[in-house]
Design a protein around this ligand. Structure first.
Ligand code: PLP
Length: 387
């Protein structure tokens, strides 16, 4: 029985077109893009082509994009890059972020806090949404940066980043958004809705490009202290020879995401499949509720609270049945902690531990959803009968 992959928020499969685009850059086209000879110029031009493709997806100037090793590096560069100079100069600085961020932001904020940056963590509503009034109230004269994610990786809840950015900007703070889970799902317009966003993180492997690739958009004029020291790559913002095959793959994935977002039919069919899965599970499993179900959400994610079920045990049972899912929890040093996102939304540890995340990809089919609708309720019934 073929496996059913419902964990696209963890990583997406590679699109065949992306693999094809990358292929020559592992064989005949291997030059260092910083080399002046023709081999180098060929890869340089491929990197710049990819930059233009990502820029089109974001409606941003290509020069304002920095290629990185992924979402984690982009988030670290945004936060530390802006705030480290204040620490160096011993000037007071305040960062506002949220308690539902990915650890790439949360742990960077905590590290900056330990080194002397003042940090405020905004709490979400029960639906996992940050209230703009909370941001307004938290801003201080020395707030230098506001970092709020666009879409949550566990619940799919979308924050009103355009509105939050407007508020932060009016107070003179820079704005960063971790848009890793928004890419290829939502339109990201840095000249329109997000014109007040100064920095935006993307990760290749959440948008059908390879793992270990990413982008940080850095608006003209924003000064960033680099994380790495070395060559003058990426306009002095990210030292290190470029990951050419990965960047080419990311560029191709951006082109395909652009086409896909412009085709309403494609985008709505993913949401229709997610809704069918969600409604089917709610109809066939007693005592189940949605987390962030009332919030605006990305079209591929559902997070279900299944009373009395240990999501970890359910995951193992589903895996044996060929369904790959995830749960809103971080596995740290072997111990499973309840999800910080669900706890921040006000769920109890028991509720958080009984929550299952299912995230669809562009490859998910109606047949797979039908099969998941048989397997998941049966696995829940079996676990309940055992306990
Ligand atoms: N931000 C969010 C919201 C994510 O979901 C992830 C990955 O799960 C990251 C950042 C980290 O991205 P990467 O795995 O490319 O380092």
């Amino acid at each position: 029985m073929p496996r059913i992959y419902l964990d696209a928020n963890a990583t997406t499969p590679l699109l065949p077109e992306v693999i094809e685009a990358m292929r020559p850059f592992w064989s005949e086209s291997f030059g260092n893009p910083s080399s002046a000879h023709q081999s180098g110029q060929r890869t340089r031009s491929a990197v710049e082509h990819a930059r233009a493709s990502v820029a089109r997806l974001l409606n941003a100037p290509p020069k304002e994009l920095v290629f990185t090793s992924g979402g984690t590096e982009s988030d670290n560069l945004a936060l530390s890059g802006v705030l480290q100079p204040y620490l160096d100069r011993k000037e007071p600085a305040h960062l506002i972020t949220t308690s539902i961020e990915h650890h790439a932001v949360l742990y960077t904020a905590e590290s900056l806090e330990r080194r002397g940056i003042e940090v405020t963590y905004l709490a979400p509503t029960r639906e996992g949404v940050i209230d703009p009034a909370e941001l307004e109230a938290a801003l201080k004269p020395h707030t230098k940066l506001v970092s709020v994610m666009l879409a949550n990786n566990e619940t799919g809840a979308i924050q009103s980043v355009g509105k939050l950015a407007r508020i932060a900007k009016a107070h003179g703070a820079l704005v960063h958004t971790d848009a890793v889970q928004g890419a290829a799902k939502l339109t990201l317009d840095l000249s329109g809705e997000f014109k007040n966003v100064d920095m935006l993180s993307l990760s290749g492997h959440k948008m059908y490009a390879p793992q270990g690739t990413g982008v940080l958009f850095v608006r003209k004029g924003v000064q960033l202290a680099p994380l790495f020291h070395g060559g003058p790559h990426e306009r002095q913002r990210r030292a290190g020879t470029e990951n050419v095959p990965g960047i080419v793959g990311l560029g191709r994935a951006a082109e395909l995401a652009h086409e896909w977002l412009n085709s309403q039919l494609d985008a709505s069919s993913l949401k229709a499949l997610r809704d069918r899965l969600e409604q089917g599970l709610i109809a066939s499993i007693p005592d189940v509720a949605l987390n962030a179900g009332e919030a605006p959400r990305v079209p591929n994610t559902t997070n279900l609270r299944i009373t009395g079920i240990d999501a970890e045990a359910l995951l193992i049972a589903l895996d044996i049945q060929g369904v790959a899912a995830s749960f809103g929890a971080a596995c740290q040093s072997g111990a499973t902690e309840p999800s910080h996102v669900l706890l921040a939304m006000g769920l109890s540890p028991a509720e958080a531990r009984s929550s299952l995340r299912l995230s669809l990809s562009r490859f998910t089919t109606a047949e797979e959803i039908d099969r998941a609708l048989e397997v998941i309720p049966a696995a829940v019934a079996r676990l309940r009968s055992l306990s």
